[in-house]
Every structure is written in C-alpha cells, then in structure tokens.
Design a protein around this ligand. Structure first.
Ligand code: NAD
Length: 310
C-alpha cells in the first residue's frame, strides 16, 4: 500500500489485517502521515519510508505483492493552489511511477484513491460516474489524471486497476493539525477546545461525508471483485448530503454547547455541493455503506476525546 501511514491508509491497513492478511507492506514518505498511526499493528507491517516518485525502491517494495492500494497523495484542494508544483509532481508523476513499478513487479491489481472533486460543480445531484468530469482545482485535475492513467494501464498494459472516487472521508486518525486538514477534523478539534471554527462561505456548502470504515470496506470489495471491474471508476460515497452548518450544529448538540461559527470568504477551487450516487458500487462491487453520518460523527468525536486523554 502507498500512503499507509496516512488517515485512510492506516485504517485500510487495519481493515486488511482484520480480514486475514498476514502482513501489509507500506510505502510512505511521512509528508502528511505518521508512523504512530500504525502503532498497534506495527508488528504486521513492513514499513518503507520511501517517496512514491522513487521508482527503484517502490518497485522493490512491490515484489511479490498481489494487490496495491494507492493512497499516497498530497490530498488538499487549497494546498494544490498554494503549492501547485509539489502537488502536481506527487499526484500525477508519483501515480505514474506507482503504476509503472506495479506492472514491472508483476502486481495483479492496483486500487486507486480517486476523488469526487473530479466532478466539479454538477447541475444535478447525486453525482453519477457517467457525468462529464469538470475539475475546479489543480488537485481535482491531478486526481482525475490518475484515473485516466489507471484505465489506460488496464487497457494498454494488462494491469488490473480500479478507481474509487472517495467523497469527504472522516473518522479516527484524520490529522486536524494543519490549515489543509479535513473540515470535520477541524470542527471536532474546535468543539473539544470550545473554540469558534471558521466556515468558508455561508455554511450551505454540502458534502457527502463518508465514514472511513465504509471506505475501507469498499477497497476490500474492489480488491475481491472479478476482473470485469478492471479499468472502471466507482463512487465511494455514503449517498447522503450534509451542509457544514448542519455538521457544526450537530457537534454543538452532542456536546450541549452553543458556539456560533465565524464565516470567512469562499475558497477558490471548492465545490459547492457533493453527493454520491452509490448504485454502481452496490451493483458491481457489492458494497453498501453501513455507517450513518450521525453515528460516524459520534464515534469520531469519542475517538478524538480519548486520543487526547491517552
Ligand atoms: N480524505 C478525504 O476525504 C479524501 C477524499 C478523496 C480522495 N482522497 C484520497 O485518499 C488518499 C488518502 O488521503 P488521506 O485523507 O488519508 O490523506 P493523508 O494525508 O492522511 O494520507 C496521504 C499519505 O500519503 C503520504 N504521501 C504524501 N506524499 C507522498 C509521497 N511523495 N510518497 C509517499 N507517500 C506520500 C503521506 O505521508 C500520507 O501518509 C489520497 O490519495 C487522497 O487524495 C481523500
């Protein structure tokens, strides 16, 4: 797995081990990930502190591997606007390198962490895989290029690939420590500190927040699916739609506090509304999300609370 020390990757490592994998090889540069994310499972992980752009080392780490989960990326819309060069280099050239190394090492299948940001602002919700992609940020364009490379590697080079367009993923171990962090990790930190969060825009921006365990389950289904899914793109969302105001209100309700949010300007590159059509993932991968937004948010809040006490 690439990016296995990150938020989603470290959850996926745990999911694979729980499913019976005896060991998981992880390639991660620790740019935004942490080795501590793998603490309790470290004994079952072969950890390589490697940049995915380093072909020789990545190829060596892939020897004998059947399925590669490609999670490594610089995963942020605003970061891709503030620092477009590293974002491009890791998300596009790094992905190219992972595919080349996987093919040369004899890997059977690569599952790719694609992004719902590829859709841009669609006229119709929910968003279906057959809609024309219209990226609004460098990050969205980069992740879409990765999908195109996945399908081309399947058609031209005989490597099985599956792209999973994650919608906003949240849950334990998401890092709230930077301006580029996922919005719910920032909201949860704010509510635990009894601080005012900043919402960019009017708070009516909506997202299909998806609990990380559902994304882990989807990846495992994509690894097990027949080769007829190769080259395809599937939504990896929950199917719901929650506004930022609703999410912040729910956290205040859970904690029994009233802390009005600050509102800042809308950010360039941000999509207004997002919601997944899950039909294709259900039909072809047999995946159905299990965790509602409210349950996932409660679990995540409790995880952050206990992580602070540890
Ligand atoms: N979190 C979401 O809501 C979301 C939504 C859509 C897509 N995704 C995609 O899911 C994947 C995982 O995202 P995440 O939220 O867990 O982010 P994360 O930042 O926690 O994980 C990314 C991991 O990639 C590693 N990495 C970065 N550059 C690297 C490089 N050059 N070489 C090796 N490792 C490198 C980081 O150290 C980190 O561990 C990313 O590909 C992201 O684009 C995430």
């Amino acid at each position: 797995m690439t990016g296995g020390a990150g938020f989603i990757g470290s959850g996926l490592v745990r999911g694979l081990l729980a499913k019976g994998a005896s060991r998981v090889a992880v390639v991660d540069s620790l740019l935004t990930g942490y080795e501590r994310n793998l603490d309790e499972v470290r004994g079952s992980v072969d950890f390589h502190k490697v940049d995915i752009r380093d072909y020789d080392t990545v190829r060596k780490a892939m020897e004998g591997i059947d399925v590669v989960f490609h999670e490594a990326a610089i995963p942020s819309v605003p970061r891709s606007i503030n620092e477009p060069l590293p974002s491009h280099d890791v998300n596009i050239n790094g992905t190219f390198n992972v595919l080349r190394a996987a093919k040369d090492a004899g890997v059977r299948r690569v599952i790719y962490a694609a992004s719902s940001s590829a859709y841009g602002d669609t006229l119709i919700l929910p968003k279906v895989e057959t809609m024309l992609a219209a990226p609004k940020s460098p990050y969205a364009a980069q992740k879409l290029m990765g999908e195109y490379y996945m399908s081309v590697w399947a058609s031209c080079f005989g490597l099985e690939t599956v792209s999973l367009r994650y919608f906003n993923v949240f849950g334990p171990r998401q890092d709230p420590g930077s301006q580029y962090s996922g919005v719910l990790s920032l909201f949860i930190s704010a509510i635990l500190d009894r601080k005012t969060p900043t919402i960019f825009g009017d708070g009516g921006t909506s997202r299909d927040f998806t609990y990380v365990e559902d994304v882990v389950g989807l990846n495992i289904k994509a690894a097990e699916a027949p080769s007829s899914v190769s080259g395809k793109v599937f939504n990896g969302g929950n199917g719901g739609r929650i506004t930022l105001n609703e999410a912040w209100n729910l956290l205040q309700k859970f904690e029994g506090v009233s802390i009005p949010a600050n509102y800042g300007p809308e950010r360039p590159g941000d999509v207004r509304d997002s919601q997944a059509d899950t039909t294709a993932a259900v039909r072809e991968l047999g995946h159905a999300p299990q965790v509602s937004f409210e349950d996932g948010l409660r679990k995540t809040l409790e995880w952050y609370r206990s992580a602070r006490q540890a």
